[in-house]
Design a protein around this ligand. Structure first.
Ligand code: SF4
Ligand code: SF4
Length: 458
């Protein structure tokens, strides 16, 4: 062994120098991507590290000292061992397996429905008669200026007006979720029509699309919004299609400022439009279909998306997709057209990462996200956010906040660098811990909100 090292000393020293240049080059590449993403802290850290890391390699390569070849061999071996340990594909499975909620949720309990209750009305009196424990909590958000209010702390005239405009368009689309079914039924092949629908959705701008069997627990028990308030939901469709759409990272990074609500309403609109197009298309083929869009749902979209294999529900209570984390909006279509279902996928890596990460809980301005482990709620192990305190913050800021979504390590843009890190997070128990440490180092444990883009901040 010693003879081999001595005989090949020049080659080994050269490999050593190349290893140093590679590490430094990778960090330099990270700095370029970071500056393009306007991540100033990540740029500074990676640029400085790219300069520092090459120095010890150069010094050792250029100097002459006893046992030099031994020292170089040990360093090269340590680098290889570290890479093997980091990427070792160890993936503990979740003990609990596939879990489903025991009881249906009532849409009247969600914060948007409670926000629509007006004092001295029958609905208001009846709701708090049945739920007296919620009255005091809800009075707190009623004291605040309210969503998109000009008195709210994040008020910005243009972005708020844009969000209002988006909501008006969604409002105009709501009656179109249902419609008449063509009398001319077209026979379809489940495999081909499923593939067609998915491809078309993606061409229309969807990030991911999945199909699952519609189950009872996907449905709300009662409608909670507007004129249909209190109506028992009966949906006999056999299938549900979940459609996710990306939210723009630059807009989300301003959270909780105005652009975040502008972007979330925009993507509610975009995902809703795709769902409407698919529902119209299916009804045109002679099968029942209903779109489920913002403010007019019969289903709980994140649960459908989870069962259709599009992601897992994370610590902040949102769907975590493998590629964009929570930085998506979801719409759904329920239907009777024969479809090929997708398999539920277990994302145990997301659960493990959320268990150690807690970054969203650290930054939440209303402390609504739990730091503890998951607990059993309605028959399912999950994290439960405090919806009341979260919504009270929304009514103070005037936006839908989104700070948790902005800082989530899964939310980084969809490019080679971040996808490689997400791949490592998915496949390696050790890499997840390393990635979390690096995320804190490069982006900070509590990243600051970005300024408004120039075109908005006129
Ligand atoms: S910030 Fe961390 S803990 Fe929160 S949802 Fe994202 S990965 Fe999970
Ligand atoms: S949206 Fe804001 S207030 Fe609500 S849980 Fe996320 S960080 Fe907290």
């Amino acid at each position: 062994m010693l003879n081999f090292l001595i005989n090949n000393q020049n080659y080994i020293e050269f490999i050593f120098l190349i290893a140093g240049a590679l590490i430094s080059g990778i960090l330099f590449y990270v700095s370029i991507i970071s500056i393009l993403e306007k991540e100033i802290r990540a740029f500074r850290v990676s640029f400085i590290l790219s300069l520092i890391t090459i120095i010890p390699f150069l010094v050792i390569y250029l100097s002459d000292f006893p046992f030099k070849i031994g020292v170089i061999s040990v360093i090269i071996s340590l680098i290889f061992i570290t890479i093997i340990i980091l990427f070792f594909p160890y993936q503990p499975k979740l003990k609990e397996g596939f879990q489903v909620p025991r009881d249906k949720h009532d849409e009247r309990d969600i914060m948007f429905s409670r926000n629509e209750l007006k004092p001295e009305t029958e609905k208001y009196d009846s709701y708090y008669l049945n739920n007296p424990q919620k009255k005091e909590l809800d009075d707190k958000f009623r004291e605040k200026p309210g969503l998109l209010s000009s008195d709210s702390s994040m008020y910005h005239p243009y972005s708020y007006a844009s969000a209002h405009a988006n909501l008006e368009v969604i409002e105009a689309l709501k009656p179109a979720v249902n419609g008449s079914v063509s009398e001319n039924k077209t026979e379809v092949d489940p495999f081909k029509i499923s593939s067609y629908v998915k491809t078309w959705c993606k061409k229309l701008g969807a990030h991911s699309v999945g199909i699952t069997e519609l189950k009872d627990y996907h449905l709300y028990s009662h409608k909670g919004r507007r004129e249909l308030y209190g109506k028992v939901i009966e949906n006999k469709h056999k299938y549900a299609i979940a459609i996710t759409i990306e939210m723009n990272n630059e807009m989300i990074q301003t959270a909780p400022k105005g652009p975040v609500v502008m972007e979330s309403t925009q993507q509610y609109l975009n995902s809703g439009t795709i769902a409407l197009q698919i529902a119209y298309f299916i009804r045109g083929l002679g099968y029942e279909a209903r779109a489920h869009i913002d403010g007019n749902y019969e289903v709980i979209c994140p649960l459908i998306a989870r069962d259709a294999g599009l992601g897992e529900i994370g610590r902040m209570g949102l769907l975590m997709t493998p590629e964009l984390g929570p930085r998506v909006r979801i719409a759904a279509v329920t239907t009777n057209i024969p479809l090929k279902m997708d398999m539920f996928k277990e994302y145990s890596s997301s659960i493990d990462f959320c268990t150690i990460c807690k970054k969203c809980a650290d930054v939440c301005p209303s402390r609504s996200i739990p730091f503890e482990k998951r607990e059993e709620i309605n028959g399912v192990l999950r994290w439960q956010i405090n919806s009341e305190s979260c919504f009270t913050y929304w009514c103070t800021s005037g936006t839908d906040c989104g700070k948790c979504m902005a800082v989530c390590p899964y939310s980084h843009p969809d490019n080679f660098m971040h996808n490689f890190i997400r791949w490592g997070i998915k496949n390696s128990y050790i890499f997840r811990r390393f990635a979390l440490y690096m995320d804190d180092l490069f982006y900070g444990r509590r990243p600051k909100s970005r300024n408004l883009p120039n075109w908005i901040d006129l």
